[in-house]
Design a protein around this ligand. Structure first.
Ligand code: AMP
Ligand code: MG
Length: 496
C-alpha cells in the first residue's frame, strides 16, 4: 500500500533551505521588508501553494497577509535582495539589482524541488535607486494573472502564490495603492546576474555563480570538463525554445532587457507585456518603447542578442570560439521549435519547408485583414477538409476572399498527407490553440473592479479560466471575445 500522503504544511512548517543566501555577501544584500500597513489578501492561488507544500487553509489565517508582505517573517526565511546589472534598451547599466523584490528564501518541497519565494513590492532595498520599493495593485494583478496564464499555456514561467494589498498610496502617473505579489520560481538568477561581475572585472564571482547555478539546476554537467560551455548551451537552447513559444502564442514581453532574462529560460519580470490580438508582426505592447526595440517580431533576435551579452559575461570561463559555436546553435533551434509549434497549430506533424510557407501566407492574410490571432487559430480547428466545403465562418473574416480560397485549397491538399480525420485533427489543434488568453481588457476589468470596488472576484475568475486555456469552458465564451471599443485606450507602460 502506498504511504498515506503526509499533510500539507502550515506557514510555520515550511521547509526553508536558503542556498542563494549561502553565496558570498557580494551576491546580495540582506535586509528586512518594509512593513506595509493593514495588509489584506487580494487573491490566493491554491495551485501554486502546492509547489511549496503549503496548506491552502492557511490563507484564512488572520495573519496570512502579514507574512506575505514581509511584515512578519516566516521561520527559516533569510530575506535578501539579489544584485545584478543589465543591458536596458541596449545600454549597459552597471548596477541594478532587486530594487523592490525581496527573496525570502528557498523552500524544498516533498518532490525535492527548491522554489524561490520572492516578495515583489516589499520596500526599498540598496538597489532601489530613485524608486520607492513598491509595486502597485494594477501591475501586481497583471503579473499574477499573466504568469498563471503562461503556465496554463504550457510556457515556462515564474509562478504566483498570492497578492496582498494595502491602502498605502503609491505615486505613479496617478495615485495608486500598493500591493505585494509573492512569486515562486526555481531561480531568479538572470543574465544580468553574471554581467554585473564581468563589468566589474570580478571573474572569480562569475565562476562562483556559474558553479552555483550548475550545481543547483544542471547537476549533470557538474563533472564535465566543458561544464561552462554546456551551461551556456542549456541557456541558449532554452531561450530559443522559449522565444518560439512566445511567438507561437502571440506573447510580447515588452521589456526584454538582459536583467529580465532568466538563466532557466523562464518567462519572468512581467511588466508591460501583451498578448497580440489583431495580428500585427510589428506589435509593440509597451507604450514606453516607441521605436519597437522589443516589438513582437523582434523577440527572437533580441533573445540571441541577450545571449551574446551573457556569453560575453561568461567569457572568462568559455573560450570565444566555443561560445560562438554555442550561439550558432540558437537560430536552428529557434526555427525548429517555431516550425513544430506553428505546424501543430495547423494540425500538422513533421513540418516541412512548404508548411512554413503555408503558415507564412496565412499570417500575411491575417495581417492584412486585422484578424484576431488567437481566435483565428482556434477557429481553424473547425476547417472542413472536404473538397466542396465553403468554410464560410473562416472565409468571411478575410477581406480578400479569393486569397483565402486559394490558401484553403493548399491547406486541404496538405491535410491529405496528414493521417487522421478532421475531428481528430480538431482535437489535436484545440490542445495547442488556446481559446482563452489574458487579453488586456480582461485584466483591465479585473483591475478596475479591484481598485474601485475592492471586489477581487474577477481576479479569481480569470485565474481559474486561464488555468485551462484550451478547454471550451461552457458559459465563459464571452472571455474569448475580441476587445471592446473602450479597450483601445488602454496603454501599458513600464510604470508599475
Ligand atoms: P523592471 O523594468 O521592472 O524589470 O525594473 C528594472 C529595475 O528597476 C529593477 O532592478 C527593479 O527592481 C527596479 N525597479 C522598478 N520599479 C521600482 C520601484 N518602484 N522601486 C525600486 N526599484 C524599482
Ligand atoms: Mg526586472
Amino acid at each position: 500500500m502506498p504511504p498515506p500522503e503526509s499533510p500539507m504544511h502550515k506557514l510555520d512548517q515550511l521547509l526553508f533551505e536558503n542556498t542563494f543566501a549561502r553565496l558570498p555577501d557580494s551576491f546580495h544584500s540582506r535586509l528586512k521588508p518594509t512593513p506595509l500597513p493593514a495588509p489584506y489578501l487580494v487573491s490566493f492561488n491554491a495551485d501554486a501553494a502546492r509547489l511549496i507544500d503549503l496548506d491552502s487553509e492557511e490563507m484564512s489565517r488572520a495573519d496570512f497577509a502579514e507574512h506575505f508582505t514581509g511584515n512578519r517573517l516566516l521561520p527559516g526565511a533569510e530575506p535578501l535582495s539579489m544584485l545584478y546589472a543589465g543591458h536596458q534598451f541596449g545600454q549597459f547599466v552597471p548596477q541594478l539589482g532587486d530594487g523592490r523584490a525581496i527573496l525570502l528564501g528557498e523552500i524544498r518541497n516533498r518532490a525535492g524541488e527548491l522554489w524561490d519565494v520572492q516578495l515583489k513590492g516589499a520596500g526599498i532595498t540598496p538597489y532601489s535607486r530613485q524608486g520607492d520599493g513598491r509595486a502597485v495593485l494594477r501591475s501586481s494583478i497583471r503579473e499574477y494573472l499573466c504568469s498563471e496564464a503562461m503556465h496554463g499555456l504550457g510556457i515556462p514561467t515564474s509562478r504566483a502564490l498570492c497578492i496582498v494589498g494595502s491602502d498605502e498610496e503609491v505615486y505613479r502617473e496617478r495615485i495608486e495603492t500598493a500591493a505585494v505579489i509573492t512569486r515562486l520560481a526555481p531561480s531568479h538568477v538572470r543574465f544580468g546576474s553574471f554581467e554585473v561581475f564581468f563589468y566589474r572585472g570580478q571573474h572569480e564571482q562569475i565562476a562562483t555563480l556559474a558553479d552555483y547555478v550548475i550545481a543547483r539546476h544542471f547537476p549533470d554537467l557538474s563533472n564535465d570538463a566543458d561544464k561552462y560551455q554546456l551551461f551556456l548551451n542549456e541557456v541558449t537552447q532554452r531561450t530559443a525554445k522559449l522565444m518560439a513559444q512566445w511567438q507561437a502564442v502571440g506573447f510580447s514581453h515588452g521589456v526584454m532587457n538582459t536583467d529580465n532574462m532568466s538563466i532557466l529560460g523562464l518567462t519572468f519580470d512581467y511588466g508591460p507585456f501583451g498578448f497580440m490580438e489583431s495580428y500585427d508582426p510589428g506589435y509593440i505592447c509597451n507604450h514606453s518603447d516607441p521605436r519597437g526595440r522589443y516589438a513582437y517580431d523582434q523577440q527572437p533576435q533580441v533573445g540571441l542578442w541577450n545571449l551574446a551579452c551573457l556569453a560575453q559575461a561568461l567569457s572568462p570561463l568559455i573560450p570565444t570560439e566555443q561560445a560562438h559555436a554555442v550561439l550558432d546553435g540558437y537560430a536552428p533551434a529557434y526555427h525548429q521549435h517555431y516550425a513544430e509549434l506553428m505546424g501543430a497549430k495547423l494540425g500538422l506533424g513533421n513540418t516541412t519547408l512548404d508548411d512554413i510557407q503555408l503558415i507564412a501566407s496565412l499570417l500575411e492574410m491575417m495581417r492584412s485583414s486585422h484578424i484576431d490571432y488567437t481566435n483565428l487559430f482556434r477557429g481553424l480547428g473547425n476547417f472542413d477538409s472536404a473538397a466542396d466545403a465553403s468554410n464560410s465562418l473562416l472565409r468571411d473574416q478575410f477581406i480578400d476572399r479569393a486569397a483565402f480560397d486559394s490558401w484553403a485549397e493548399s491547406y486541404r491538399a496538405r491535410l491529405q498527407h496528414q493521417p487522421g480525420t478532421d475531428s481528430e485533427r480538431k482535437a489535436r489543434m484545440d490542445a495547442v490553440n488556446p481559446k482563452y488568453i489574458l487579453r488586456n481588457y480582461l485584466a483591465q476589468s479585473a483591475i478596475e473592479m479591484a481598485e474601485q470596488q475592492r471586489d477581487f472576484s474577477e481576479i479569481d475568475r480569470l485565474l481559474a479560466l486561464l488555468g485551462k486555456p484550451f478547454d471550451e469552458q461552457p458559459g465563459m465564451e464571452r472571455y474569448a471575445a475580441i476587445p471592446p471599443d473602450w479597450a483601445r485606450q488602454i496603454e501599458v507602460s513600464c510604470s508599475s
